[in-house]
Design a protein around this ligand. Structure first.
Ligand SMILES: Nc1ncnc2c1ncn2[C@@H]1O[C@H](COP(=O)(O)OP(=O)(O)O)[C@@H](O)[C@H]1O
Ligand SMILES: [Mg+2]
Length: 376
């Protein structure tokens, strides 16, 4: 009989989206096919400890581990050595034989900083373990809104006009930067920390007062701030699945109850809803799917990503808003829901993502990593 694959499920993490990740991981954990996979859950605490044997369900039922001792006898403080000869977890302070606790593939169900931004991906590359989702570059580009938009602009993809600065320059000379920004973008505009998610630190400014307040708020979260022209638009999202030749799902629409799709409307008040599939003319749907694939490829993504768009209310123009390289993944999240509407169920989606992780890993390992100059 074929051996079961050992799947390391990473969740939690040092991120403002810690809870969101736990919810996503609970759904993933419940759905993974146990005929095919042995699942090793590892909770990453808010301060970055890796605790094996702690399940998302246990945390959701009120458990809040800060150490392995909090989480019961089975929990162990572990780490993943960067050394590719191990390819597995080690228990902190314990000797283990090489080859023990090996993992076949990792699903980093992590959103935001230290998880969706290329950092965990870097560790997994060093360890040479296959993993689901974008690599270092794709994840890092997707996380930094300034770099993401700079690369998309270079590829001629349509998006809102933007302006950015470093926090230290804003703090040094807010007057000059305000004038520059007013001249280039004007009001209303949207102010965002460059590297956050879940709408944290984002605000709309209609005038100079609100701009200054919004810049100060964003500056409290990030060393880099991006400001965008305000787009009066419907918000639609498309799921992308694949590696070099990815497929795009049908689009879904988000109807937010608040003025914009802020943290409250995303996770708290339950008043936003998703329309799946979005009610749009066929040519707009085609345009969205085509652009979603272009954005995915243009930002060097792999496995999965959700590409978010604006459709201008006045003329139907489609603009790219952003990419999420590990989008919300609960059973009710947009990413899997869109695939369900397009014909791929939640469990099958996980199978496909794991296969894509192996495919990408094989492809990468075909490249030579050593080079001996001739004559030596
Ligand atoms: N340029 C913009 N014009 C109008 N609304 C915007 C703009 N940028 C962001 N928003 C609103 O703010 C929300 C969060 O912004 P987004 O860039 O998607 O950040 P996050 O990464 O936190 O999701 C969007 O879903 C949208 O409702
Ligand atoms: Mg967003």
């Amino acid at each position: 009989m074929r051996q079961k694959k050992r799947v390391l499920l990473l969740f939690g993490g040092r991120s403002g989206e810690h809870e969101v990740s736990i919810n996503s991981a609970a759904s993933v954990m419940a759905a993974l096919d146990r005929e095919k996979y042995d699942v090793i859950p590892v909770a990453i605490t808010r301060d970055g400890k890796w605790l094996a044997g702690v399940t998302p369900a246990w945390i959701m039922s009120g458990g809040s581990p800060t150490s392995a001792a909090d989480a019961g006898e089975d929990a162990k403080h572990v780490f993943l050595p960067a050394d590719p000869n191990f390819r597995g977890l080690k228990v902190l302070g314990e000797r283990s034989a090489d080859g023990e606790n090996m993992v076949d593939v990792v699903i980093p169900v992590l959103h935001g900083t230290y998880g969706e931004d290329g950092t965990v991906q870097g560790l997994l590359e060093l360890a040479n373990v296959p993993y689901v989702g974008a690599g270092v570059l794709g994840a890092a580009l997707g996380m930094d809104k300034v770099m993401m938009k700079t690369v998309l602009a270079q590829q001629g993809l349509p998006q809102a006009g933007f302006w950015w600065c470093l926090r230290k320059d804003w703090e040094k000379d807010p007057e000059t930067l305000t004038e520059d920004l007013e001249q280039k973008l004007g009001y209303p505009c949207f102010i965002k920390p460059a590297n956050l998610g879940s709408s944290v630190g984002i605000s709309k400014a209609r005038n100079r007062d609100e701009l200054v307040r919004g810049m100060d708020l964003a500056a409290s979260y990030d060393r880099k701030i991006i400001v965008e022209e305000f787009i009066d638009a419907r918000e639609v999202e498309v799921s992308v699945l694949g590696n070099d030749d990815p497929a795009a799902s049908l689009p879904g629409e988000i109807v937010s109850h608040n003025e914009f799709y802020d943290y409250q409307s995303k996770y708290v008040d339950g008043l936003s809803h998703l329309i799946i599939p979005a009610d749009l003319p066929a040519d707009t749907v085609e345009r969205l799917r085509d652009l979603a694939v272009k954005v995915f490829r243009g930002l060097e993504c792999a496995g999965l990503a959700r590409v978010d768009f604006f459709i201008r209310k006045n003329n139907g123009e489609v603009l790219v808003n952003e990419i999420n390289t590990f989008p919300g993944f609960t059973r009710f999240s947009m990413y899997p829901k869109l695939w369900e509407a397009t014909g791929i169920g939640y469990r099958e989606l996980l199978d496909r993502l794991i296969d894509l992780a192996f495919e990408r890993h094989r492809d990468k390992n075909r490249s030579q990593t050593d080079f001996k100059p001739p004559g030596r």
